[in-house]
Structures are given as C-alpha cells and as structure tokens.
Ligand binder design. Structure first.
Ligand SMILES: *Cc1c(COP(=O)(O)O)cnc(C)c1O
Length: 359
C-alpha cells in the first residue's frame, strides 16, 4: 500500500513518530505497568508527564513565567464564553475582528456577556482577506481585542500581530506553533488541540497572570481561569491522554528544530501548493494573496462538475479528506505541522495530472 496523506481540517494528522511511540507505550508506560489512560492524574507518573508537557511548551514558544499555561477541556468553543466571562473585569464592552466563521461564532457568544464592538470585518468580500489595522475602529472602552489568527474554514491568516492598548486575545486553534510566537504581545491565547497540537479533548490556554481573578459574578467554577491556574490544571481531572499525546508532539517539535524550523518548512509546503494554484486556470484559490493561510488552503475547480471525480481519484491515490467545508464547497487542503512536504508534493503532482487529463 502506498503512503496515505490525510488533509483533514481537524481532528487532523499527527506525526507518525508520535503515534508509533504512543503505540509502543500503550500498555506499559515507562515500566509503570500502566497505560497513561489508566493513571491517576495526581500520581507521580502522570505528574511527570504533565510537567514535561508544560516545560517543553514553555521552551518551544518561549513563554515567560508571568503567563500561566492551562490544560482544559471544552474545546476552543468553550473559550468563546470563557474569555468574556474572565476578561471583561468590570468593563461592559469588547472589540472583535470578524474575519470568518470562527470569529463570527466568538462574536455571537461574547454578545451574551457584553456589548460587542465589531471593530473590523471582511464580510463584504466573503471573508477572503484580513482588514488592515489602519481601518479598524477600536473602542477605547473595550476590555480586550479578540481576533482569530487563522480562519480554518475560509483560509485567511494574520501574518502580523495587531497592536492594541488593551489586552490582545487570539484564537490560534489552527495555526498555533506553526511559527515562532511572541507571547508577550498577548493577554491571552487559546487553541483547541485537534488541529495543530494533538488529539481532540484538550484546550490550551496561555494567559497573563494579572488578568486572572476577576470573573463575572455567577461564572461557573470550571469557567474561572484562576481556579485552573491555582490548581495547575488539576482542579478536576484534566484530559490526561490528550495531554500525553500533545506532550509527545511538543517533544517532536523540539526535535524538528523548534518553531523557526517549523515556519520554514510550513512556508515551503504552502508555497508549493499556492505557486501551482496561481499557475493554472484549472484551479482557483479565492483568498487575497497577502492573507493566505499556510495551514488551510481552500481551492475550487473551474469546472465544479468534476469535484466528485477529483475527490474520488484523490482518495484512490491516498490523498484523503480534501473535501471543502460544507459552507464553502470545493476543496480544502489542511497542511498542519504534521503534514510532511512529500504529502504536499504528492497532492500537487496529482492535481497537475488530474488537470491534464480533464483539460
Ligand atoms: C476548530 C476551531 C474552533 C472550534 O474548536 P472546538 O474544539 O471544536 O470547539 C474554534 N476556532 C478555530 C479557529 C477552529 O479552527
């Protein structure tokens, strides 16, 4: 059987070495006689896994000590509520940048807790670009500014960090750790693990310490960042197995050379596909060139009656899960950290061949 490449948007591909190590350790982790799934989260074995996971992330992303790293459940979607509940801190309004479907969801949820000022939106052009900061209308009364660094569905990505006077909050679910990260520019960063970090079930939050401890009244205990921070993410049972796998991914990233090395390879991968898309009329990428995602690359066939045939033949060639999001149509290739360059090369070769056969 030839090599399979999985272009799923999430849950998504994991590094093969990580899965092999997890397989080898599945029944007996490091001579403990237990699977990681069977361990008490408060036992010394799992505590050592949790500590290494946190330390490796701190080292990889150069996270200063005044930022807490939280390992939560609930998905990135839970953060759409948890952010306003914790970060309004006596204020009644927050700024949001609307660049696509995930920002829209964050905005809708925040609207339950505060007055949302949509300071900029790219809805006028079907979310195919990032509004430049000189066009944003930020509200000086806002408690924070929220944006989505990479829109997983639309395929637009920020290639710059917004500059704000109030704490900056980012949903980095689909591009976290794909390039070096200047954590000091942010008040809070969150990400669901299942795109670029690990398995579903883990939600990562990186938050500046001084923003904690002032949640809205009646905030559920489990939605209070401070509770998790004070208990090293062990107030209740954290998603232990997902943390373990994510820890193996962090160790794998270090072995690849860290985030600068990942940025180089991710740029190479994305350019390979975009250069081909731009060289042909057979396919089309709708996203503005300056704002294209390096992680999620949507494209359409000029003749959409060939979509089904394209997907069928791609699958026969070991290229899986290329169907676009139901709201966008066409195709989407998600090429996260764990997608090797060979996978993108094989996809481009297949696309060329398909185009020549159906021209
Ligand atoms: C997938 C995704 C979400 C939602 O994540 P869940 O873990 O399913 O709640 C939110 N934001 C972005 C950018 C995403 O890609």
């Amino acid at each position: 059987m030839s090599t399979i490449y999985n272009f799923s948007a999430g849950p998504a591909v994991l590094p093969k070495e990580v899965l092999q190590q997890a397989r080898d350790e599945m029944l007996d982790w490091h001579g403990s006689g237990m699977s990681v799934m069977e361990m008490s989260h408060r036992g010394k074995e799992f505590m050592s896994i949790a500590e290494k996971t946190e330390n490796d992330l701190r080292e990889l992303a150069d996270i200063p000590q005044n930022y807490k790293i939280l390992f939560l459940q609930g998905g990135a979607s839970s953060q759409f509520a948890m952010v306003p509940m914790n970060l309004l801190r006596g204020k009644t309004t927050a700024d949001y940048i609307n660049t696509g479907q995930w920002s829209t969801k964050a905005i809708e949820e925040a609207g339950r807790y505060c007055t949302v000022n949509v300071a900029a939106s790219s809805q006028d052009k079907h979310f195919t670009y990032i509004p430049p900061q000189n066009e944003w209308r930020l509200n000086p009364q806002a408690a924070y500014v929220h944006y989505t660094s990479n829109e997983t569905i639309g395929g637009v990505e920020f290639h710059w960090i917004p500059d704000t006077d109030v704490p900056l909050v980012a949903d980095m679910s689909s591009d976290i750790l794909s390039r070096p990260l200047d954590v000091t520019r942010y008040g809070l960063i969150y990400a669901g693990a299942q795109k670029n970090l690990g398995p579903a079930g883990l939600t990562l939050v990186i938050v500046r310490e001084d923003l904690l401890g002032e949640p809205l009244p009646a905030t559920p205990t489990l939605y209070d960042y401070q509770i998790h921070a004070q208990n090293d993410s062990m107030y209740n049972t954290p998603p232990t197995y997902a943390m373990y796998i994510t820890g193996l991914v962090f160790a794998w990233l270090k072995k690849q050379g860290g985030l600068a090395a990942m940025e180089t390879i991710n740029n190479t991968k994305a350019n390979l596909l975009y250069d081909y898309l731009d060289s042909t009329d057979f396919y089309h990428c709708p996203v503005a060139r300056t704002d294209r995602s390096r992680m999620n690359i949507p494209f359409t066939l000029k003749n959409s009656t060939l979509d089904v045939e394209f997907l069928k033949q791609a699958q026969q060639n070991g290229l899986l899960q290329l169907k676009g999001h139901r709201s966008v149509g066409g195709m989407r290739a998600s090429i996260y950290n764990a997608m090797p360059l060979e996978g993108v090369a094989k996809l481009v070769a297949f696309m060329k061949e398909f185009a020549s056969r159906h021209a």
